[in-house]
Design a protein around this ligand. Structure first.
Ligand SMILES: N[C@@H](CCC(=O)N[C@@H](CS)C(=O)NCC(=O)O)C(=O)O
Length: 193
């Protein structure tokens, strides 16, 4: 979003897979031991939805406040659902079963159930994707969040292209945006793997 908004920013990469977010250096910044974190120059913001709402309010990202319900309310609806109903739920079940049980014998059944739940919730997202255009009409903070979850679907082995056509069209549209291309290139990321 910062790239989209044309605001200057600096990235500090913190790996999640090697436990870096749980080390002293990062805990001093975010005691939750997680990313993302946005340092506003002394004031630190955590939680994707809070960071995205801050960027929307501070830089007037393209959100229609006259609609009813206000599109900002819809953005909160989307981002809360993604972070609690998708990320903390089935995504965590698939990727971090050890967070849910101390018994490694139960990991595969937790993951299998997580995958089934992921498919159900991804079907719900697919049903809410617009046939054309962006999620809230104009491009907004919700769209790059959905791009991230699209990538995770591919990484978790779902057939995103064939099973979620509206979401795939939405993803292709976002991938056309120069700011998105710049960031993916800088980070060396692909949404397809
Ligand atoms: N509720 C937080 C969740 C943040 C979160 O789970 N971040 C993951 C990366 S996507 C993380 O830092 N994982 C490392 C860990 O929990 O140790 C949000 O929406 O920002």
């Amino acid at each position: 979003m910062l790239e989209e908004l044309g605001e200057p920013y600096q990235i500090e990469k913190v790996l999640t897979g090697d436990g870096s977010t749980r080390r002293k250096k990062h805990l001093a910044v975010n005691p939750k031991g997680q990313v993302p974190v946005l340092d506003l120059g002394g004031e630190v913001l955590t939680e994707v939805s809070a960071i995205m709402l801050h960027l929307t309010l501070a830089y007037g990202a393209n959100i229609d406040l006259d609609a009813s319900p206000n599109k900002l309310v819809r953005a909160v609806e989307w981002m809360n659902w993604l972070s609690s109903g998708v990320h903390a739920g089935p995504v965590t079940q698939c990727w971090n079963p050890a967070r849910l049980t101390d018994d490694p014998d139960h990991h595969s059944s937790i993951q299998a159930k997580g995958r089934a739940r992921l498919r159900d919730v991804y079907n719900l997202i697919e049903g809410r994707m617009p046939k054309a255009g962006y999620t809230l009409g104009g491009f907004s903070v919700v769209d790059p969040c959905l791009l991230g979850y699209f990538r995770w679907g591919n990484r978790l082995g779902l057939e995103m292209r064939s099973d979620f056509p509206n979401w795939t069209a939405h993803c292709l549209q976002i991938l056309d945006r120069p700011a998105v291309q710049t960031v993916l290139k800088k980070e060396g990321l692909s949404v397809w793997e």
